[in-house]
Design a protein around this ligand. Structure first.
Ligand code: PA5
Length: 334
């Protein structure tokens, strides 16, 4: 089995691993800033969602340094980098150290682990040997357990375990379940097309971002994500002008949640009627389960598979991300 497919089907086990983490006491903070990039940074988007639902504030930071408000609000900084060597994340950590902010580091090792060790800050070690984006269950699960241990989030174990069970029933042990069939159908609709993923507010919106980045990195394909209700105020107008092109190359996938706001549900229907006329394909995926974790994992799990099936159809190896490596190399030489 392709190692990326194996890792995608391992998402349930990664979430179970996170649910069993026994963490020491964690520093706390009224607010949280999760700093990380790419496949690591999305765990900050997930943390932001979980915190918002718990009535707390966690923001994700995907750049150098720290945002200006950090000096005044003194957030708990959670630095997430699978490799532990990502320069933007290390720059944010250096800024946090300058301000003497409470910090927790999450990585497989790298400079981030060394910095945490030297500073006496907690470091959660993630299993190594994967591509960062293939370790989302470890990374995001660990972030949520850290925030539980810091008293920011309520119990995470129930949600992580439900997410793992939902993934088991979607994919089975061998990746042959109903989720895989749906993923194959969606991949069929996206053959030779540019995926545009529509999410709603909340979990389906975070999942839409993950789908986009998985198409980029696994399928090596341009892909875009947009969010309702906002896209109804701009993007909706953009489909009508070059239908001879968009009817050939654009495939929209809607990510839905049965608990979405009723007006968002209505907007999804109307948006499909209006935009659907000018694109080649529209597919829909509904989130499964009860908890935020389960809903997120079901949408993400199916999206990961679709991106891998699209890569397989195109004869593309989903594993290497040569342009990212080349850019990192060139930056290191500067
Ligand atoms: O998926 C990837 O390989 C990238 O998006 C990386 O996650 C990103 O470059 C950041 O690296 P790291 O996750 O090691 O901090």
């Amino acid at each position: 089995m392709n190692p990326m497919l194996e890792a995608a089907l391992g998402l349930a086990d990664q979430l179970r691993w996170a649910s069993r983490l026994h963490l020491p006491e964690m520093p706390s903070g009224e607010r949280v800033l999760v700093t990380g990039m790419g496949g690591s940074g999305i765990s900050g988007d997930i943390a932001g969602l979980l915190a918002g639902e718990a009535g707390r504030l966690a923001l994700v930071h995907k750049s150098y340094g720290l945002p200006g408000w950090a000096a005044r609000e003194r957030p708990l900084v959670v630095a997430v980098s699978y490799s532990g060597n990502t320069e933007e994340t290390l720059s944010a950590v250096a800024a946090a150290q300058e301000l003497q902010l409470p910090m927790v580091a999450i990585s497989t090792g790298g400079k981030l682990a060394e910095i945490a060790r030297t500073a006496g800050a907690p470091h959660v070690e993630i299993p190594s040997g994967l591509q960062p984006r293939a370790a989302l269950g470890y990374l995001a699960g660990a972030v949520s357990m850290v925030l539980e241990a810091a008293g920011v989030l309520p119990d995470q174990v129930g949600g992580l375990q439900e997410a793992a069970s939902v993934l088991d029933s979607l994919f089975g042990k061998d990746g042959q379940g109903p989720g895989a069939e749906l993923a194959e159908d969606l991949a069929e609709g996206l053959v030779g097309r540019v995926p545009v993923i529509y999410g709603g507010p909340g979990g389906s919106g975070v999942a839409a971002l993950r789908w986009k980045t998985q198409f980029n990195e696994n399928s090596k394909r341009a892909a875009y994500a947009s969010w309702l209700p906002e896209l109804d105020h701009n993007e909706l107008v953009g489909w009508a002008s070059i239908p001879e092109l968009t009817r050939r190359v654009i495939g929209i996938v809607e990510l839905r949640d049965s608990a979405e706001h009723p007006r968002v549900a209505k907007r999804f229907e109307l948006t499909r009627q209006i935009a659907g006329a000018d694109v080649a394909f529209v597919g829909t995926v509904w989130a499964q389960g009860e908890t935020t974790w389960a809903k997120l994992a079901s949408l993400i799990g199916i999206g990961d598979l679709v991106s891998l099936f699209v890569a397989a159809q195109a004869g593309v190896d989903p594993l290497p991300v040569a342009p990212i490596e080349m850019l990192k190399q060139r930056l290191a030489e500067e």
